[in-house]
Design a protein around this ligand. Structure first.
Ligand code: BV8
Length: 250
């Protein structure tokens, strides 16, 4: 079943008129790649933890081994995952707009694997690591049996994933690029995000404040639905290809 009937003609016309599209994605766009969203119950060993309890510097300082192993588990899920039809359709959308700025809250790198050259990784990337003490990226280290997390080859500090944890600031250049992309678009699309985490969730509000049309794609309503111009309820892996079809055939 093609999801084009979910795309109102008025929205197709608005997209055809729009020149600058900014997209914000959340974990919902990776759900159809088999990566659990933050709202889904975690599986197995991690079922008894909430991500907000693990994705913090305090949790890492309290139990670096547990947090490192949580990220190793998530890296293993991502290693088995592939970009889904939603990621691929989104990369095709680049051909339909003068500019497409993609901001993702996801740390899985699937947008890059789907072909996007420039991704604003608002919360970092799980495939990179950095020294917890010096905050600089570390790509190689001596693998010492049983040393979890691994240690920085320069200062001996613990390595941590290069992601933004709760209570940590978004890197300045990332934040300013994302705010600029949200303030300078005529169409803003929020895909697969529960719009609960700030400042990411505030980006749609910036776009709205500058009179951009707001489109939400989600399997359920969120706080963003109240002020979106269009709310397309359904899986991103079906709706995004429907949008590309509607833009290509009209
Ligand atoms: C900051 C990286 C300030 C790590 C993530 C107390 C102290 C400090 C800050 C705060 C505080 N209280 C509140 C805050 C702000 C806090 C915050 O917003 N908390 C929330 C819980 C209220 N924010 C922060 O801490 C941020 N930093 O404020 O710093 C500061 C300033 C200066 C100096 C120092 C500090 C940093 C937040 C970043 C946290 N890191 N990720 C990692 O991944 O491990 S957040 C993480 O959770 C994700 O990246 C994402 O952002 C968020 C989950 O949200 P979603 O992606 O939306 O996923 P979710 O599961 O919620 O929803 C999925 C959606 O998809 C659902 O709506 C579902 O219906 C839909 N869906 C499912 N399947 C599909 C689908 N849709 C379409 N198709 C489908 N198939």
């Amino acid at each position: 079943m093609s999801f084009t009937q979910f795309i109102p003609d008025e929205l197709v016309e608005a997209m055809q008129r729009a020149r600058h599209l900014t997209v914000l994605t959340g974990s919902g766009i990776s759900a159809e790649s088999g990566i659990p969203t933050f709202r889904d119950a975690q599986t197995g060993l991690w079922a008894r933890y909430r991500p907000e309890e693990l994705a913090t510097p305090e949790a890492f300082l309290r139990n670096p081994r547990l947090i490192w192993e949580w990220y190793e588990w998530r890296r293993s899920l991502v290693a088995e995952a592939k970009p889904n039809a939603g990621h691929i359709a989104l990369s095709e959308l680049e051909n339909h707009f003068q500019t497409l700025h993609l901001i993702t809250q996801n740390v899985d790198g699937l947008h890059q694997r789907a072909g996007h050259k420039h991704v604003i990784e608002f919360h970092g990337n799980i495939h990179r690591n950095r020294c917890f003490e010096e905050n600089k990226l570390v790509s190689e280290w001596k693998k010492k049996d049983g040393q979890i997390p691994p240690l920085c080859p320069d200062c001996g500090g613990s390595l941590r994933p290069d992601v933004v944890w709760f209570g940590e600031a978004i890197p300045e250049d990332t934040l300013s690029n994302a705010c600029a992309a949200s303030a300078n678009c005529d169409l803003f699309m929020a895909i697969g995000t529960s719009a609960q985490v700030y400042p990411a969730a505030g980006l749609a509000e910036i776009a709205k404040g500058k009179n951009a049309r707001i489109v939400e794609i989600n399997t359920e309503k969120t706080p963003l639905s109240d002020y979106a111009d269009y709310v397309l309820l359904g899986p991103a892996g079906k709706i995004l290809p429907g949008i590309v079809t509607a833009l290509t055939t009209n």
